[in-house]
Design a protein around this ligand. Sequence first.
Ligand SMILES: NC(=O)c1ccc[n+]([C@@H]2O[C@H](COP(=O)([O-])OP(=O)(O)OC[C@H]3O[C@@H](n4cnc5c(N)ncnc54)[C@H](OP(=O)(O)O)[C@@H]3O)[C@@H](O)[C@H]2O)c1
Length: 373
Amino acid sequence: MSKAPTNRSRNSGFGFDRREFVLAGLAIAATAMLPRSKVCASTTQPLVSDRRRLGSLEVSPLGLGCMSMVAGFYNPAPPKQEMIALIRQAVEQGVTFFDTAEVYGPFTSEEIVGEALAPFKGEVVIATKIGFDFQGNRVTGRNSRPENIRRAVEGSLRRLRVETIDLLYQHRADPNVPVEDVAGTVKELIQQGKVKHFGLSEMAPQTIRRAHVVQPVAAVQSEYSLMERVVENGVLSTCEELGIAFVPWGPTARAFLTDRFNEYSRFAQEDRRASVPIFTPEALTANMPLLRLVRDWALRKGVTPAQFSLAWLLAQKPFIVPIPGTTNPHHLIENIGAAGVNFTAAELREIRAAVSQIEVQGVRAPESANEDQ
Ligand SMILES: NC(=O)c1ccc[n+]([C@@H]2O[C@H](COP(=O)([O-])OP(=O)(O)OC[C@H]3O[C@@H](n4cnc5c(N)ncnc54)[C@H](OP(=O)(O)O)[C@@H]3O)[C@@H](O)[C@H]2O)c1
């Protein structure tokens, strides 16, 4: 049976030794006993200190997804001040990469992120996304026309309280606007100093290639987890070939891989999971073998299922930076702990072989990797 990590391995991209790992474990145990607002500064040094690269940006190996800090996703909107404290707690623990989007809220996730990170200018990397149209606070559809990108960027700069957006993704392809036009518009914004790096979200390999010719793409963000592995069908290899970082969203499969749910779980209509195919009663039942595998491996590694699942992603490629989303300080500390989990090559082969035997229900079709989503 393998044990929790025992030696510091700089080359692996992780900055943990055994003492720090134990501290992370203690922090989880200690924070679990505290009220949500009191979790800050339970350890004296950051839990994570190593960095991975996104273009010329250096970020912590795990970022923080800030989508569900507002209503409309998995939970009712938590109090804003608690989310600001959570983001600052992440900074204290060494997280330097924060993910938001104009459409989250809309606008309010960016406001929270901007307020929370205002004291840390130059120390953190903020990524946001454009590509939607709004009437007031109502999302009316996709729109990546140049004038709408420019409008969105002005709003994001204001709400994020920055002079430059570190990383600007096109959130979804716009069937009415060629990606070359989007890349060209972002290129101009980079020349104007309003944006530093260009990213794409949920795009097919060919689209990534076309955009990259016009404006080098620093990062691609798409769904990727032990459960949803469709990007292994061409997207990841394209990123590797072109030197583009990959940012998995949904890295815990929206909490399925954290062992939070089981075959009896049911979701309220307000919870987005109610309409996600992996969370139908049939799929939950069918997918229990995958969850059992995750539980077994977490036990074997002496970590939690969430940590095992996130660490598995980190171990796939050195240019992968997952952005687990959370509104819970205990989960935040737990998730950061994944950066301290290492695998041997034999373990990774064993996991891959076992996972490949399990047919997962409710995930995307293999050929969808070749389509913009
Ligand atoms: N590019 C895109 O199209 C796209 C799409 C979706 C999301 N995103 C980005 O990616 C980020 C992450 O994706 P996601 O939020 O959809 O999926 P996720 O990170 O896999 O799952 C988030 C869910 O997991 C729960 N969770 C997190 N850590 C946990 C833990 N240790 N134990 C138990 N539950 C845990 C969270 O609840 P708690 O709040 O209770 O922890 C939340 O309900 C988002 O915040 C957003 O920034 C991008």
